[in-house]
Write a protein that binds this ligand. Sequence first.
Ligand SMILES: [Zn+2]
Length: 134
Amino acid sequence: MQCVKDNEICRYCGGVIKLVPARAVYGESTKRLGMTGQHIYQCQNCNARVGCHKGTTRPLGNVANEVLRLKRMETHRVFDACWRRRHMSRTEAYRWLAQELHLPEGRAHIGGFEMDQCQKVIELCETYENEEAA
Ligand SMILES: [Zn+2]
């Protein structure tokens, strides 16, 4: 998986991507979102963006346009609900996800996933739910 860097060119519009404080993107909502002190890579032209690994300026993946950002959020919702129902810890859940997607654990971050990976996570959770119900 390739990752975005500061001053890289946006894959959507060719604009320049800058590393900015989360506050510059989320303003008053930064604290509520638990993003205080975090950084974001953001296209200065089209607003495509991606967050960083907590406490670092290492991006979680490639910048996302609005469609992909919504998909990542939906995926997060489905995945979190899934592992909570299974009474897994967060750590166990991400280990499971990494195994299922054949990714190193450090790469299993939904905030950096592409459309196809998000879809795979949703399907994994659905498959599991169906097996439980059967
Ligand atoms: Zn852009």
